[in-house]
Design a protein around this ligand. Structure first.
Ligand code: URA
Length: 249
C-alpha cells in the first residue's frame, strides 16, 4: 500500500509529520537511492528503500495495549506542568504510543494505547458509538427514578446525552455509598461526571472497566498488557457495528 513519504517517516518514529516534511524539503531523505525533496511523493514502505541521512528507516510494527490508568495521571504523552502522563508507564516498549481518547485526571481504569493513528481515530470518532462501561461511586443511594433519568438521557450544557445503561453494582449502607455500573455510548468530555451531577449525585470515584469488547479484568493499576490480534479485530468490528446500529435506530 502506498502512503505519503512524510507519513511513512512519522510512522517509523523519525519525528513528527511536520518535522519529517522539513527533512524531506531539506534533502535529507532518499527513496531507492534518489534524494526526494518534494512533498506528497507516495511510497510503499514494504517495497521502497527509504533512508534518512543515509540510514535506512525501520518500520514500526503496530502496537495495541490495554493500560490501567491510575488516578492522578494525565491521558497524554507530555504535560507542560510536569505531572505524570500515561507514557511514563510504558517506557520499556521503545515505541511511541498514545492514548485512544482520554480519561480524566481523577478517573482510573481501562485506557487503550496504540501507535496506530487510524485505529485511534476509528475508535474515538463521534460517528461511532462504542460502549464504555464504568463503575461509578456516589454518596448515598440513588433510587430507581434517578437511574431511570440516566437511562433516558440527561440534558447537559452541550445537549441531550444518548440513553445510558445503569444498574446497581454495590450498595454499602455503612459507608453510605453506592457503586453503579453505567454504560455510555458517547465520549463527551467528563460525560459520566456531568450526567451524575445533573441528577444530583456527584461522582466520588470513577473507574472505567470496559471499552467495547475489551475488559480491564485483573490488570493491576499502572500496568498494561498487549491486545491480541483477535481483540484488535473485535474492536474494529465493534466500531463498525456501533455505526450501523445507530443508523438503523
Ligand atoms: N466520563 C467522565 O466523566 N470522566 C471520564 O474520565 C470518562 C468518562
Amino acid at each position: 500500500m502506498t502512503e505519503r513519504l512524510q507519513k511513512v517517516l512519522a510512522q517509523a518514529g523519525i519525528a513528527s509529520r511536520r518535522k519529517c516534511e522539513e527533512y524531506i524539503t531539506s534533502g535529507r531523505v532518499e527513496v531507492n537511492e534518489q534524494v526526494v525533496t518534494q512533498l506528497g511523493v507516495k511510497v510503499d514502505p514494504e517495497q521502497d528503500e527509504i533512508k534518512v541521512d543515509g540510514r535506512p528507516i525501520r518500520l514500526q510494527s503496530k502496537l495495541y495495549l490495554a493500560f490501567y490508568k491510575p488516578k492522578g495521571v494525565i491521558s497524554s504523552v507530555k504535560d507542560p506542568e510536569g505531572r505524570k502522563v500515561v507514557t511514563d508507564f510504558v517506557q520499556q516498549i521503545n515505541q511511541r504510543v498514545y492514548p485512544v481518547g482520554r480519561l480524566d485526571y481523577d478517573t482510573e481504569g481501562l485506557l487503550l494505547l496504540t501507535n496506530d493513528g487510524e485505529f485511534a481515530q476509528l475508535l474515538t470518532h463521534p460517528k461511532y458509538h462504542i460502549p464504555r462501561t464504568y463503575h461509578v461511586t456516589v454518596k448515598g443511594v440513588p433510587h430507581g427514578d434517578v437511574l431511570e433519568k440516566l437511562k433516558q438521557g440527561v440534558e447537559l450544557d452541550d445537549g441531550m446525552t444518548a440513553p445510558a445503561e445503569v444498574e446497581y453494582h454495590d450498595i454499602d449502607p455503612d459507608k453510605n455509598r453506592t457503586v453503579l455500573t453505567m454504560t455510555i455510548y458517547e465520549g463527551r468530555n467528563r460525560q459520566v461526571r456531568r450526567m451524575l451531577e445533573a441528577v444530583k449525585f456527584p461522582v466520588v470515584k470513577l473507574k472505567r472497566v470496559q471499552f467495547g469488547p475489551i475488559y480491564l479484568g485483573g490488570l493491576s493499576r499502572g500496568r498494561y498488557r498487549e491486545l491480541s490480534q483477535d481483540e484488535v479485530k473485535q474492536l474494529k468490528a465493534a466500531a463498525m457495528e456501533s455505526h450501523n446500529v445507530q443508523n438503523t435506530k
